[in-house]
Design a protein around this ligand. Sequence first.
Ligand code: ZN
Length: 190
Amino acid sequence: MTRALLVVDVQNDFTEGGALGVEGGADVATKVSGLLAKDGDSYDVIVASRDWHDAGSDNGGHFATDDAPNFTTTWPVHCVAGSVGAEYHPDLTTGSVDVHVFKGQGSPSYSAFDGTTDEGRTLREVLARNEVTEVDIVGIATDYCVRASALDALAGGMKVRVLTEFVAGVAPESSEASLKELVDAGAELV
Ligand SMILES: [Zn+2]
């Protein structure tokens, strides 16, 4: 058994004060840093993803162009590559992160499994190369990118646990529904 920790989108724009700030996001950054300090060594691979959109583009309709995002499929401009908003939250300690994955370049992308490394490897390739069989998932947002990443990990045949103390969602109802959906799909909530 080979275990990976996947830290999803703990970025400035998804935390309080950011373009799409999620309540509890900064707290997730602090808590995940605590998890990495305490249990980081128990993981064979630690991966962190970042939403990383193109500047000057609606990124395939992901950014609302009429200033009226519906917060379901269209969103305010966020996580533009190279901007402060796209950086990891300063309270997230990234020293032990082995692999950094970028997603959403020019298109909507909720799952970290859509992402690639700087070398152009997909997350699936990275995990396969390390023979990862179990993935623990933490990060933001429970009801969007955590959900999509967990579903893709399950679809890839991995044993998936969502560490519920280390996630934050856009809305309570959809976060609850997403966690239930993940359990029904075979994930374990810890
Ligand atoms: Zn995005």
